[in-house]
Design a protein around this ligand. Structure first.
Ligand SMILES: C[S@@+](CC[C@H](N)C(=O)[O-])C[C@H]1O[C@@H](n2cnc3c(N)ncnc32)[C@H](O)[C@@H]1O
Length: 226
């Protein structure tokens, strides 16, 4: 079984271990891959919707690994009756991930492998509140898009995902930071040309975007030295 580059990067960060759950599994490729490669002894897949969960079961059945995986219909980890060593969540917005992690009573003991599609700031704030540090991080190109992913756990020393990417000298960090900087620049232009450009709220937003833009341009400059 061949995973896409994006899911491959998530599987690589997950590595091997005793138990793993893929939350929001949808097609179920990751749990099937874990079962086929024998990288975890206990494997589960969950989804909040019945149809994707049935699809995940079908994927596992067609690959002959259905009996190796537990399937749970659950909002996040709330309806999952087991505890897992590794929790994988990929392809979801960062704020949804933050909600799932914050609501789970045993999350502090887990190792997380996350591939957020958006709202990295909200997810980072949640991880900081939960006292998680970054273990490893990478950016993957898949179908012309760039996907950051990382592993995190309590006790890991790195407190910033971008610093984890810098330490690793990720070859796509400069491009990713440049793309985010361009987005901030466009948002700033929109804000300055907007009807309420003079409001206090717009001023605060402008200050935040400006600071983020400078930090991102600094990252681009840093990667140019590599
Ligand atoms: C875009 S798909 C990502 C599928 C797969 N993880 C991947 O990365 O390719 C998002 C999946 O997450 C599920 N989902 C969304 N919110 C969820 C939640 N709170 N708990 C569990 N699953 C959720 C959706 O039903 C959907 O199947």
């Amino acid at each position: 079984m061949r995973l896409s580059a994006r899911l491959g990067s998530v599987a690589a960060l997950a590595g091997t271990g005793e138990s793993v759950i893929d939350v929001g599994t949808d097609h179920g490729y990751l749990p099937a891959y874990f079962a086929l490669t024998g990288s975890f002894s206990r494997i589960a897949a969950s989804d909040v919707r019945e149809l994707p969960l049935a699809g995940a079961r079908q994927t596992a059945r067609s690959l002959g690994v259905e009996d190796r995986i537990s399937f749970y219909l659950s909002d996040g980890l709330a309806g999952v009756p087991e505890i897992f060593e590794t929790v994988v969540i990929a392809g979801m917005g960062g704020e949804t991930m933050a909600g799932i992690l914050s609501a789970c009573p045993w999350i502090a003991s887990a190792r997380l492998v996350l591939q957020p599609q958006s709202k990295l700031r909200e997810l980072s704030a949640c991880l900081e509140a939960l006292d998680f540090g970054y273990e490893d991080a990478c950016i993957t190109q898949d179908g012309g898009k760039l996907y950051p992913a990382f592993s995190a756990r309590r006790g890991a020393e790195e407190w910033d995902m971008v610093r984890a990417l810098i330490l690793r000298r990720d070859p796509l960090l400069g491009r990713w930071a440049g793309m985010l900087a361009d987005r901030r620049e466009r948002a700033l232009e929109g804000l300055r040309g907007g009807a309420d450009a003079a409001s206090e709220r717009a001023g605060e937003q402008e200050a935040r975007l400006g600071a983020e833009l400078r930090a991102l341009r600094d990252i681009v400059k840093e990667t140019e030295k590599w």
